[in-house]
Design a protein around this ligand. Structure first.
Ligand code: UD1
Ligand code: UDP
Length: 373
């Protein structure tokens, strides 16, 4: 009988990073592969499912507006348990550091089912930053039977925590597989309505600064500082700021209240993945607190200012394309102006390189599963 694999994800970044793996794994005839979307995100998840042409076999549909971490976790625990009992997988694959991944891993462990963790071993060792993701990742790491570490640094973190080296594979990050696949489509004339819409909105002669933000530890004063910095940066009329605003109400409220009235600040809805990749490719500079964007931008040769105090992704910082600026008004503003005005510094930070992978992470993960399951 073929082995059964359940792939669980629920948020936008997990779906982007698992989307290309789903297709790679489904090529293997030896497995019965099913997809479980917790739908911790709804609209932002559906955008990705549609682009990757994935229809989940199970959709837990658990998102509620402004959900707390505990209510979210409890809804996932109850609903995923029914799926585990029904499908009886031999392996559950989870991704990264969300509530979906740690709760699904934990639920599988309670049922005696093996867990594979994609994007394993990233650490800040600071339980408050990123919050709650650092602890989610450590919990999943304790539970997982197979660890798919994107880099040697993440592998070393797992070894330090006494995981056995034979259960760890260094694969690169699947985000690069998904990114390169999407870039290839865009380079072969893929377009859609939202790309055409943005093309008509943005002055091509100006420098595009792309902004995203959603981290819980930045809610409140952090977001107020970020908005103040963007207003200051927008005083340079040579720039166009494009800000797809995350649907979390703790982000929507300050951003729309403070930034709606500026001609060169474009607040837009979360973009579908190809549109976001397209705008990254057109951007001069990216200012973000996102994990995934920190991994994608170096491949595209785009400098990134990261609005966080810590990062579990030190590789691009070490390589010089990513700089941590926290949520300090002076720091964000002055670093952005330096990159706008100092061409030498800009060139230094905009060298394309791939510390996070070569686009073959999915194949390595599938090979490891073939050998070990
Ligand atoms: C979650 C993850 C975070 C990840 C981020 C990616 C946790 C604890 N957090 O944070 O690690 O970096 O996703 O974006 O797992 N909402 C919608 N529609 C959507 C998505 C979100 O309305 O499609 C709103 C809802 O009001 C929801 C709120 O955003 O309650 C927060 O969503 P949630 O998944 O709890 O947290 P994120 O901040 O998105
Ligand atoms: N992204 C997207 N549309 C947007 C903003 C981001 O498709 O409007 C993609 C981005 O390319 C990256 C992922 O979403 O792959 C990052 O998601 P997010 O920042 O929400 O989460 P994180 O990576 O911080 O967990």
């Amino acid at each position: 009988m073929s082995k059964k694999i359940l792939i669980c994800f629920g948020t936008r970044p997990e779906a982007i990073k698992m989307g290309s793996l789903v297709h790679e794994l489904k090529k293997e005839k030896a497995y019965n592969v099913k997809i479980c979307a917790t739908a911790q995100h709804r609209e932002m998840l559906d955008q990705v499912l549609s682009f990757f042409e994935i229809v989940p076999d199970f959709d837990l549909d658990i998102m509620k507006a402004n959900q707390s971490l505990n209510e979210l976790s409890s809804r996932i625990f109850i609903k995923i348990d029914a799926i585990l009992l029904d499908f009886e997988p031999d392996l559950v694959l989870v991704h990264g550091d969300t509530t979906t991944s740690s709760v699904c891993a934990w639920a599988a462990f309670h049922r005696g089912i093996k867990v594979g963790h994609v994007e394993a071993g990233l650490r800040t060792f600071n339980k408050h930053s990123p919050f709650p993701e650092e602890i989610n990742r450590q919990i999943t790491g304790r539970i997982a039977d197979y660890h798919f570490a994107p880099t040697d640094i993440s592998r070393n973190n797992l070894l330090q925590e006494k995981n056995s080296s034979e259960n760890i594979a260094v694969t690169g990050n699947t985000v690069i597989d998904s990114l390169l696949w999407t870039v290839n489509k865009l380079n072969n004339n893929f377009t859609n309505e939202s790309i055409l819409n943005l093309t008509s909105k943005i002055n091509p002669d100006k420098k595009i600064i792309l902004v995203t933000g959603h981290r819980r530890e930045n809610f409140g004063q952090g977001f107020l500082n970020i908005c103040k910095s963007l207003i200051s940066i927008s005083e340079n009329t040579d720039v166009e700021i494009v800000f797809p605003v995350h649907l979390n109400p703790n982000v929507q409220k300050p951003v729309t209240e403070l930034l709606s009235d500026y001609d060169n600040i474009h607040l837009v809805a979360p973009m579908d993945y190809p549109t976001f990749v397209w705008i990254m490719m057109k951007s001069y500079l990216i200012i973000t607190d996102s994990g995934g964007v920190q991994e994608e931008a170096p491949s595209l040769g785009k400098p990134v200012l990261v609005m966080r105090d810590t990062t579990e992704r030190p590789e691009a910082v070490d390589a010089g394309t990513v700089k941590l600026v926290g949520t300090d008004f002076e720091k964000i503003t002055s670093e952005a102006f330096s990159l706008l005005n100092n061409s030498k510094l800009y060139e230094k930070m905009s060298k394309a390189h791939n510390p996070y992978g070569d686009g073959k992470a999915n194949k390595r993960i599938v090979n490891f599963i073939n050998k070990n399951l």
